[in-house]
Structure formats: C-alpha cells, structure tokens
Design a protein around this ligand. Structure first.
Ligand SMILES: Nc1ncnc2c1ncn2[C@@H]1O[C@H](COP(=O)(O)OP(=O)(O)O)[C@@H](O)[C@H]1O
Ligand SMILES: [Mg+2]
Length: 225
C-alpha cells in the first residue's frame, strides 16, 4: 500500500471523556483529506495522535511503515520537525520576527544556516501571493496573508504530511476559501499529503475526500476506496 500515514484502532480518553473510540484511518501519498464533525467530536485529538503530538491510549500510528506512537518524545519531536508541517487556526507566527524569518525558522531548527534558510524561505512568498511581504511582521499582515505565511512555514521543510486544524476558522468566508485553495494546491504541488480539520463544507470540497467524525468514531471509512 502507498499509505503515508495510518492510524489503527486509535483510542484516547480524558478522564471520563472518550475522545477517540477505535479510529482506523489511512492517508495516501499526495492525498488531501478533510476531517469534519461537530465541536467536541474528537477531530483535534485525532489530528494530534496522527501527528505524534499526543500518544493514543491504545492503537498504533504508522508513518511510511514505521510505528511512531511508541517512539520516545525526543524522536517524535524530531519527526514532527522533519516530516510534518502544521497550520493552526490562528497562524501562531512569532510576532517579533519578520514573515521571512517565521518561514525560515523550521529550517534553522533543523540546522540550516540562517542565510540559507531565509533564502529558501523567500522562494515561497511569490507563489503564495506574498511578494513584497517578506520583511513584514505578523501584526502588519492581514489574517489571510498571515495564514499564507503559516502555509509557507508548514511546507518549507518539504514535509511528508501537512496537518491543519481549522486553518480558516478565524477568516471571513471568501478569504478562508482562497486560503484553503492555496493550502491544498501548494501541498499537492509539493507532493505532501494533507489532513485538514474544517467546519466548512465549501473548504472540504477542495480535498480529495472527507471523513466524518462523531463521538470519537468515523462515520465514513477512513481509507480511500
Ligand atoms: N486536554 C484535554 N483534557 C480534557 N478533555 C479534553 C482534552 N482535549 C480534548 N478533550 C475532550 O475530548 C473531546 C474531543 O475533543 P477534541 O478532539 O478537541 O474535539 P474537536 O476538535 O472535534 O472539537 C471533547 O469532549 C473535549 O472536551
Ligand atoms: Mg478541535
């Protein structure tokens, strides 16, 4: 199988709350998958388990055939930095740094020298419609522009999988759709897979398929047909 990432029989509880209750999901290379469901249904927990941010109580997560849920935090952290990219609802850019340095940061954390990292970071600005914004600080960008900087930051390390948790939740609908289209296109252009949590069916339309979550379970099959 050409699955990049797979979760098998994932469960997770928080005290009495069952957040995930036996989820099976597999993501193929280059595939964009939307995760939808009501608030509190377990979408973020699923994302966090798949991304190695959180350990499931039981079940397994495999990245390109390697089991990652059982790895030590140090290894998972290295893996997140090198193989995964992240886009959150509120970009979470560092306010003190110019946009280009926000994008360069994951490369620098991976050991790339500052000058080279910034050079590589700048290459993302034109294609994402951010030409001329390289030196602006996040506070000087619109919400949509800031999210495009966050997309560049997620892709700059050439990750295998990009995770996005309600990336357009803080944007108006039109800006949200434009941002989402860019996220899907840029991710695909880079050959990465995308897992995106969204409330917006219009946003899910840009993805290859949609997985519905209710009460910690998938309503739809978690695998591509
Ligand atoms: N860190 C946590 N501590 C306690 N309960 C949590 C925590 N994270 C999530 N939950 C609970 O788990 C359930 C699923 O949460 P979550 O995955 O965040 O849902 P969604 O992203 O779909 O809104 C909810 O009932 C939520 O309150
Ligand atoms: Mg959530």
């Amino acid at each position: 199988m050409n699955d990049v990432l797979a979760g098998r029989a994932l469960t997770k509880r928080f005290g009495q709350t069952v957040a995930l209750s036996g989820v099976d999901i597999a993501i193929r290379a280059g595939e964009a998958v939307a995760i939808m469901g009501p608030s509190g249904s377990g979408k973020s927990t699923l994302l966090h388990c798949l991304a190695g941010i959180m350990k499931p109580d039981s079940g397994e997560v495999h990245l390109l055939g390697s089991r990652i849920d059982a790895m030590r935090e140090r290894q998972r952290s290295a893996l997140r930095r090198t193989r995964f990219g992240f886009v959150f609802q509120f970009g979470q850019l560092l306010p003190e740094l110019p946009a280009e340095e926000n994008v360069a940061l994951p490369l620098m954390l991976g050991g790339v020298a500052r000058g080279e990292a910034v050079r590589q970071a700048r290459e993302w600005f034109g294609p994402l419609g951010l030409g001329g914004m390289e030196g602006r600080r996040p506070g000087e960008l619109s919400g949509g522009q800031a999210q495009r900087v966050a997309i560049a930051r997620a892709l700059v390390t050439k990750p295998a999988v990009v995770f996005a948790d309600e990336p357009t939740g803080a944007l108006d609908q039109t800006t949200g759709h434009d941002t989402m289209r860019l996220l899907v296109e840029a991710t695909k252009h880079n050959g990465a897979s995308l897992i995106v949590v969204t409330h917006d069916p219009g946003v899910a339309r840009w993805c290859d398929r949609t997985v519905e979550v209710r009460d910690g379970r998938l309503l739809t099959a978690g695998m591509a047909a």
